[in-house]
Design a protein around this ligand. Structure first.
Ligand SMILES: Cc1cc2nc3c(=O)[nH]c(=O)nc-3n(C[C@H](O)[C@H](O)[C@H](O)COP(=O)(O)OP(=O)(O)OC[C@H]3O[C@@H](n4cnc5c(N)ncnc54)[C@H](O)[C@@H]3O)c2cc1C
Length: 388
């Protein structure tokens, strides 16, 4: 089948890989002018990691990744209040765990299909017109084209979802926080292979040293959904100026940042992920948010399951879409509720809550207690074997 995929992120690239491998002709449409690499750091493990192994990209993922050794929660003078040895989690997850920039994971996937699959950069779907035999797509820039299926893999603010299912407000579930991330050069201090976090009521600021003398910063803060419309950098300055620790030094680096990621922390919840010949995957369908720490792994898993179900169902896309949804929905739903429960950890509201957070982090060094916390990160999903 000729299958249009909107979005060349992790979900879109992984789906193009599996569709190409199973004999279809995918066309990827990406609105950015070129492939987006780098970006904020993600932890990558679980069922998605297993799919990455099946894609043959484990070596590339490991090479781009960082084997973070410790998590530090620090106080306002930089004193370490909780020191978590990440080894405990690695052992539990069978060492199939790494941390890497989001775009580098997408790039490792994309490299497997780059010269085999058509990708249109700098364009976006403007209209979908479904008929008995397929879907006619109109584009913002290019000429209209016909496809058999259309897959929306275009993220939290999905364009295909809006065109096929209606406005974002009908599906967005705001989790009460905003998030920002950026990468800067030459920041000091650096703590190699240590993820350093600082939290005050309603605010969390973290840094992670990267290769080539770069540092990634992550900001999370509580904010009402109808909050200020101020420019992102101004919101960060207003929120973090007086929180303490290195906040002023970190804010000072923002002036030179060109590529600031800034967004709401929201989930996408839908009754159905498909309508006719259109289906959504990844964040477009069921964003769990960064609070779940596994969105990329789920996106890759969804891509694999979709291609597998299409292979099983032959040309019957309805059967494949139903089977895909039946298989994944309970798993994804559990991940969404697990992520929602993490809000107090990422954006702790009170001083007492911050104290509990420190105690909880300290206990994570003890394997049996870590297992309790890790029950939400260990995936309860049997990866099907489609023979693809
Ligand atoms: C700060 C932060 C930290 C996170 N940490 C983790 C983590 O530790 N572990 C983890 O697994 N996940 C993490 N996540 C979640 C993870 O990044 C997402 O779940 C994952 O990237 C979703 O992949 P996707 O391909 O569905 O969407 P995206 O990565 O958003 O990709 C969507 C693509 O579609 C493109 N696009 C958008 N609109 C259009 C359009 N109109 N036409 C064409 N293309 C379009 C975009 O340019 C982009 O390339 C984190 C997220 C954030 C924000």
């Amino acid at each position: 089948m000729r299958i249009a995929i909107s979005g060349a992120g992790v979900a879109g690239a992984a789906l193009a890989h599996w569709l190409h491998r199973t004999g279809h002709t995918p066309t990827v449409i990406e609105q950015a002018p070129r492939f987006r690499t780098g970006g904020y750091m993600i932890d990558f493990w679980g069922v998605g990691y297993q799919v990455a192994k099946r894609m043959g990209i484990e070596d590339q993922v490991r090479a781009a990744g960082y084997e973070i050794q410790r998590l530090h929660s620090v106080g306002s003078r930089g004193e370490v209040k909780a020191d978590v040895d990440v080894k405990v989690f690695r052992r539990m997850l069978g060492h199939d765990f790494t941390s890497l920039p989001r775009g580098d994971l997408a790039a490792a996937i994309y490299a497997t299909i780059e010269d085999k699959v058509e990708t249109i950069f700098g364009d976006s779907i403007a209209a979908l017109d479904e008929h008995d035999d397929g879907v006619r797509l109109a584009f913002e820039r290019g000429a209209p084209r016909d496809f058999d299926l259309v897959i929306g893999a275009d993220g939290l603010h999905s364009n295909v979802r809006r065109l096929a299912f209606g406005p974002e407000r009908d599906y967005e579930h705001y989790l009460g926080c905003k998030v920002a991330a950026c990468v800067v050069d030459g920041y000091r201090p650096r703590d190699e292979l240590v993820y350093v976090m600082y939290a005050t009521p309603g605010h969390q600021l973290s840094r992670c040293a990267l290769r080539d003398d770069r540092t990634m910063f992550l900001f999370i803060f509580r904010a009402p959904s109808d909050g200020t419309a101020a420019a992102p950098k101004d919101q960060l300055r207003n929120e973090f100026r007086d929180v303490g620790w290195e906040s002023r030094e970190i804010l000072a680096t923002l002036d030179g940042v060109q590529d600031l990621y800034f967004d709401v922390v929201s989930q996408i919840r839908m009754e159905r992920w498909s309508r006719g010949r259109t289906l959504l995957i990844g964040d477009a369908a069921a964003c769990i948010s960064l609070l779940g720490g596994e969105g990329t792994g789920l996106a890759i898993t969804e891509a694999y399951v979709l291609a597998g179900e299409l292979a099983r169902a032959g040309a019957d896309h309805r059967r494949a879409f139903d089977a895909y949804e039946a298989r994944l929905r309970p798993f994804i739903k559990a991940k969404q509720s697990g992520a929602e429960k993490n809000i107090p950890f990422f954006a702790t509201r009170t001083r007492l809550g911050l104290w509990f957070r420190i105690v909880a982090m300290r206990t994570m060094n003890f394997a049996p207690l870590a297992r309790l916390f890790a029950s939400t990160v260990i995936d309860d999903f049997g990866l099907p074997d489609y023979g693809i």
